[in-house]
Design a protein around this ligand. Structure first.
Ligand code: MN
Length: 229
């Protein structure tokens, strides 16, 4: 077999403390998984459960400079715990879901908030708001050790040293195992899937040259600068 042209390179993410790289299969995202962010987006977290959307696998970027996307005047940061699956399948329950996890990373779900607001208003898809090139900066993946699943811990993002987002993983409406069980009802989960698990409140606009620093307690850190278009 010959390809008509050279196939695109598969997106990969480094693994902390290892020469190995993690090959990305798909990127799923959870919307409105922290009540305080759902409220700041105009939602009603008591009545509307979280939901899913996705980004292309090659939206994953490692920095240290992230290209600033065109076609937006309101690019927002959303710092998120990222789950990396080392195995696929349909988990029978939350324990089985936990066993599918290879490790965790820090990610930012970059969002063209102006285009998202227009899409919501018009009942249109979110692809141009969420799934653009370089829209998914992620850190190295920290493999799960024994009993190292982060059930709580500080999640934080600062822009140019000023704290914008601060929350705790324990505030997630759907826990990581609950997300995997729910997601597997819609999609065939596979090794290589990355799942962005939602963001706490405090999202705000980024500008060219902004320095973004993120930490998740027990998981790692992600630092990048917003470049030019
Ligand atoms: Mn998000």
């Amino acid at each position: 077999m010959t390809f008509t042209f050279t196939p695109p390179r598969r997106a990969t993410v480094p693994v902390a403390g290892s020469e190995a790289v993690f090959p990305v299969h798909r990127v799923y995202c959870v919307g409105r998984n922290y009540a305080d962010h759902a409220l700041e987006m105009g939602g009603e977290p008591d009545r509307e459960p979280p939901f899913f959307f996705s980004k292309p696998a090659d939206a994953v970027t490692l920095g240290p400079v992230v290209r600033f996307p065109p076609m937006t005047d309101n690019l927002h940061h959303e710092v998120e715990l990222v789950v990396a699956l080392g195995a696929g399948g349909t988990p029978a329950g939350e324990a089985a879901a936990g066993a599918m996890i290879f490790g965790y990373a820090v990610g930012v779900d970059l969002t063209r908030r102006d285009l998202q607001a227009a899409a919501k208003k018009q009942g249109r898809p979110w692809d141009v708001a969420k799934g653009f090139d370089y829209s998914a900066p992620v850190s190295s993946i920290l493999p799960v050790g024994e009993s190292k699943h982060p059930n709580g811990g500080l999640i934080r993002l600062a822009v140019n040293g000023e704290e914008k987002q601060r929350g705790d993983l324990s505030q997630m409406i759907w826990s990581v195992p609950e997300i995997l069980v729910e997601l597997s009802r819609y999609f065939e989960l596979q090794a290589g899937d990355l799942i962005f698990t939602g963001t706490p409140a405090g999202v705000s606009a980024l500008r060219h040259g902004d320095r973004v620093t993120c930490t998740i307690e027990g998981v790692g850190e992600l630092n990048f600068t917003m470049g030019s278009e």
